[in-house]
Design a protein around this ligand. Sequence first.
Ligand code: NAP
Length: 540
Amino acid sequence: MKNGKGIASVGSSSRANGVNSVGSVATRISANEPLSVAAALAGQRVLITGTTGFIAKAVLEKLVRDVPGIASIVVLLRGSRAQPDAAQRFQAEVLRASVFDRLRRDDPQRLHDACRRMRVVSADLAKPDLGLSPDAFAALARYIDVIVNVAASVDFREPLDQALAINTLSLRALTKLARAAGGIPLVQVSTCYVHGHHRGMIREALAPPARSAVARNPNGHCDVDGLVAELQSKAADVKQRITDPDARSQALIALGIREAQRRGWNDTYTFTKWLGEQVACAGMAGGTLTIVRPSIVESAWREPQPGWIEGMKVGDAIVLAYARGKTTLFPARPAGIADIVPVDLVANSIVLATAQALARPGQRRIVQASSSTRNPVRVGDYIDLCQSEMRDNAAAYPRLIRRPLARPFRTIPRWLFIGYLSVAYAAANAANAVARWLGADANLALFDRLQTTRELAIVFSFYTSPRYVFDNRELLAMAAEFSDADRQRFEVDPRCFDWPSYVARVHLPGLERFALRNTRAEEAAVPATTTASLARSPSA
Ligand SMILES: NC(=O)c1ccc[n+]([C@@H]2O[C@H](COP(=O)([O-])OP(=O)(O)OC[C@H]3O[C@@H](n4cnc5c(N)ncnc54)[C@H](OP(=O)(O)O)[C@@H]3O)[C@@H](O)[C@H]2O)c1
């Protein structure tokens, strides 16, 4: 751990002799000794981003519950409209969230103690230098020992400028922070889907774009500075030309999807996350970087509670399609292998990656927290499991199933679904042209709806029509470096669960209980006593 006494030292230069390097990590362990999470993280100050979101909450809870020797957890977040003060927002949205229900019930003292050692840094990852003053940036760098970056925009269709800022350019600031901190490790949470339109077995390695050429650096990553500058300039051009905020936002969304698809990605999210990986590799060259790529993350298998989840996720479109009966045709490839992974396995992967990076620094590693090679389930079988549980036990899901279930939807191939919508779109377009020719009003609302539905279908159905599986041997090899006890406590192997139990006994009940709960009313009832001691950063 670096020198320093609590968060006050973040602004007050408490580091002795400027010693602040990876070499100061006392817990580095020889190659053949099994690693220990507790030993690697003992006395360390861990900066984590994204804790108002789904996955980082699970990581935070696991660190608090199972790694009490951490010196300090520094949470970096921004204020929101409802909670402009970041520390108050953290109390209201994170510490009172359902993810801490178990600790509040079983070990409130542990949560209380951890809160006393937590620090809040109010910062915006989408701004240069995280929006911090030079002094605050330097003070933060002096304080921390490792960075775990979970934050992102996970919107497939984010306006391009915003997606670039949060998913790509933030890595410039974070790698600068890691260097300013003396070369501390960065754990970057990415996504398996950075592979874009590559097919087959997707390895835990960097990959070039599927549809265009970008020069590769001798270190293996692509040099993307020119490409990022080109994208920024296109976005700036749109912003200059279009002044109406809605039209401008739509144009930036369309630009992002267009640029992503012509280069070999499905959507703006995965494209900008891929760019982020390249920026991270460039900024951390010669340092310690671990990229953790989850696939589609859903409710917890066991921890903090079976089924714990926040909101409905990407994979739950299948559940909603049936439960709400809003669709009769669903674009999917039943023979494709779905890749869904419970959030606790992802959180454990991130914790192990952090411990390994601290204990065995100096390497670049990529691991995939996925299920499709170790514990595959076909898309069609997953749909059947969801539908049969909802049909057989409908009464157990009053929030999910609001009226008697409709007939099951039918899956149709992606190309056919998009083809239908394209025909409907062309017909609406032609009808509008005829209407205008006859001097009548065109039905622009229908036209817009069809266009949006078609665009959404193209983007979304990529995930339900997989032609790829994600290797996770590097993840399992990483876990094998840890002691048996840690491998059990921080389970990452998707063979630990079976799909029928997961769907019927864990995931669907979890959606009912956590995703569709009356969040505001229930969370307002949580006492604030455990959070009262949360320290806050005066300097950042
Ligand atoms: N969920 C999945 O299925 C999945 C799958 C694969 C990979 N991943 C990766 O896992 C990570 C976490 O995903 P998630 O599902 O937990 O996402 P999430 O619930 O949407 O959370 C995103 C987090 O990022 C923060 N953030 C966004 N913009 C920010 C900014 N400018 N400054 C500071 N913080 C900012 C958000 O804060 P605000 O509340 O302030 O917006 C929020 O805390 C991402 O890197 C994602 O790419 C997720």
